[in-house]
Design a protein. Sequence first.
Length: 643
Amino acid sequence: MSKEQPQESEQGIEIDKAELTNSPIGQSGENLAIGDHNTFVKYILNLAGLAQPEKVAGRDEAETFLLGEVKTEVRSRLKHSLHREVAITLDKEMQLDRVRTWGVSVKIGMRVIEQIENGTSILNVFQREEVAGRLLILGKPGAGKTTTYLELANDLLEIAESDVKQPIPILFNLSSWKDDDQSIADWVVAEAKSKYGVAIEVAQNLLKRKRLLPMLDSLDELEPHRQEPCVLAINQWMQSEHRPRYLVICSRSEEYDSYSANFQLNAAIYLQPLSDEQLAEYFQVISQPDLWQKLQQDADLLEILRTPLFLSITLLARQKISITEWEQLATTNERKTYLLSAYVRQMLARDIENQYYKAKPMPTSAQTRHWLSWLAQQLQQESKDEFLIEGLQSSNLENRTQQKIYNWIVGVLVGLLFGLIFGLLFGLLFGLILGLILGLLFGLTQKRIEPVETFEFSLAPAKIREFFQSLIKGLISGLIVGLTVKISGQSWGLVLGLFLGLVGLIGGLIDGLKADFVSRKHPNQGIFASLQNSIWITLFTIPISSFGMFFILQVSGKQASILSNLIVGIDLAIFMGFHWSGVEALKHFILRCLLYRNGSIPWNYAQFLNYSTERMLLQRVGGRYRFIHRLLQEHFAAQITDK
């Protein structure tokens, strides 16, 4: 039993800081300059209403923010990991033949193994001279790979906090690499933006200056035919000019061994199954020697318990496990499924203080299983392991017929709302007709739900270029329609053209500024923000649209009172606020209603997901949810339940 295991506290996980202080990532690494102050990061955080993290001395605000985000994720996932129930330092083997090493000749088919001394921490392995921070972590399902990976991330975060010259570890799942033509460097930058809210330009700069330490998990979650191309893409990245100084990759050993290509890293470690000595010591520590004696009588069960995940599950669910029933099962997979089912039953039956269904009846066991089964199946189909409520899309509906129904409902409701708005401009009847036509076109052609979560102003060249492209595109599209009407002989063509040009200009302004959240702290955050932003867009647009209409009427030689201009300006502002932000919340609400009607999700989804977290079936980090282990996700995905 190792004494180096992190100890749980109210704040999360504590580790030996003295060891970290004396063990920097690289003793002979190059000195890296700290980046310039990023002026717009503070602007974005303040605009989003997020508190600034306490600044780490010697790091700019972008690095300080990223360090805090990764720390929150790592500590939360470690605190709620099932492996924390089994505080054993796993034995490790160094296997050089599983990576393509430089200056080492390895014969094909020959396993080159070095047994690492028992009790050696993953950080010490990472720091070894021959490893030099480029490490592959392998193991069987449930062997503790992700926990080992998180423990290493936790250690590296402590080092990055104490030594500003060291890079910041960032955690990504390779399952999100969707485009074979996308380089891994570009994917890392995009993921830094999507997951941690780091602006594209900032992430590119950090990566170029080697200020990031990528840690990549879940290679085996990619579609089987894309896994080896991913290995090749990573190898290509490691040969490029902007390759990172350090890289950690985590994968299941069985899938990795099926590839013809190996990672171009310095070393691979294989997490070994628990030995009899480790198991005996563990059961002695938890004062269960009688249970250990009983388990020794069943060699098959004992073999499964050598995996830390199933050892944890067995200890937590032992009240729901019948050894007699278990022994009657024929295959290892059936016996593992039985243990996972027992764990689910035990977690749902636990007598705990319920935080999320105090005033209402809790979901039944059958409902919980069905809703989690649906969620697991969606994640499996999309090759994901994290879920955001605001990430729900019409593709989550059961079939194309339901997707068409969704599109028609969106089109009709949007059309009616557009019609009421246009009715103030062109008359109620004409406005409703025009609104329904536009609404149905919108409903039948719209694709993804994209909440307008926040706005970002940046002086970066790429962002300025995108901003002006949106403005020009909106203005030109509006003027083309108006001039077409003018050419057709209609006297109001110039007014309409300038009016639509104004609409396009404002729309381009909104498109050029909208951005994703810097940090997702709460479930449904994006949807609520989109509703709030529809109000802000409306208020922002009123003076612009009112002045614009006054200018348009003056240019066209028509007269209108100040009150009329104001009414038209308010009407146009309401349209802009709804069309560019509020409609996304409406689409999400309609989708949630259809999914609820199908029985796929409960009415209050966040409440249920939080309840499942409380029951140790899911983990939550901010507004994101994941199953407490990949094997549990696969278990639920394989279930067929009644609605």
